[in-house]
Design a protein around this ligand. Structure first.
Ligand code: HEC
Length: 140
């Protein structure tokens, strides 16, 4: 009988294709573009530069939770003592009310991991862009 074992090189290529996440290898610009579409769900209540039902998102990553001046946060948010990072935003956005009981953000969350990845790429890039330059909030 002839050799039936696939060549190791081919096997490795097939395996890496099968195991790679959907967004592997694409650029930050791609993630940003997809994140902008997902952000439309947030835009029901939020905007980058202005407060609406929810507080503005300019400068979000790195600022203290509940710290936009003049915005009427819930006590849960104001007293959370969180500094927003990509890690805790990932948890909050996945399940806001489970992550922070008592939050006034009445939204079920973004359950899909790849979608949150793209949304965070969007928030990270937009939050430090020129349009946010004069809207940074107190840093801890
Ligand atoms: C139904 C309206 C609504 C939607 C939709 C919504 N939010 Fe919110 N969001 C709020 C409100 C209200 C607050 C203030 C919560 C509080 O004080 O407990 C808030 C607060 C936040 C905060 C805390 C900000 C800060 O200044 O500390 C983040 C982060 C946030 N939202 C992200 C998102 C993201 C990302 C999405 C989309 C996936 C989203 N929100 C969708 C209403 C909403």
């Amino acid at each position: 009988m002839k050799c039936r074992t696939p060549r190791p090189g081919l096997l490795a290529i097939l395996l890496s294709l099968a195991l790679s996440p959907a967004y592997a290898g694409d650029s930050p610009a791609d993630a940003h573009a997809r994140g902008a579409i997902i952000y439309e769900r947030c835009a029901a209540c939020h905007a980058l530069q202005t407060d609406r039902t929810g507080p503005r998102h300019c400068g979000l990553i790195g600022r203290r939770a509940g710290s936009v001046p003049g915005f009427a946060y819930s006590p849960a948010m104001r007293q959370s003592r969180l500094i927003w990072s990509e890690a805790n935003l990932d948890h909050f956005i996945k399940a806001p009310m489970a992550f922070m009981p008592g939050t006034a953000m009445g939204y079920d969350g973004v359950k899909n991991d790849a979608e949150r990845h793209d949304l965070l790429a969007f928030l990270r890039q937009e939050g430090t862009s020129d349009k946010c330059r004069n809207l940074q909030v107190e840093r801890p």
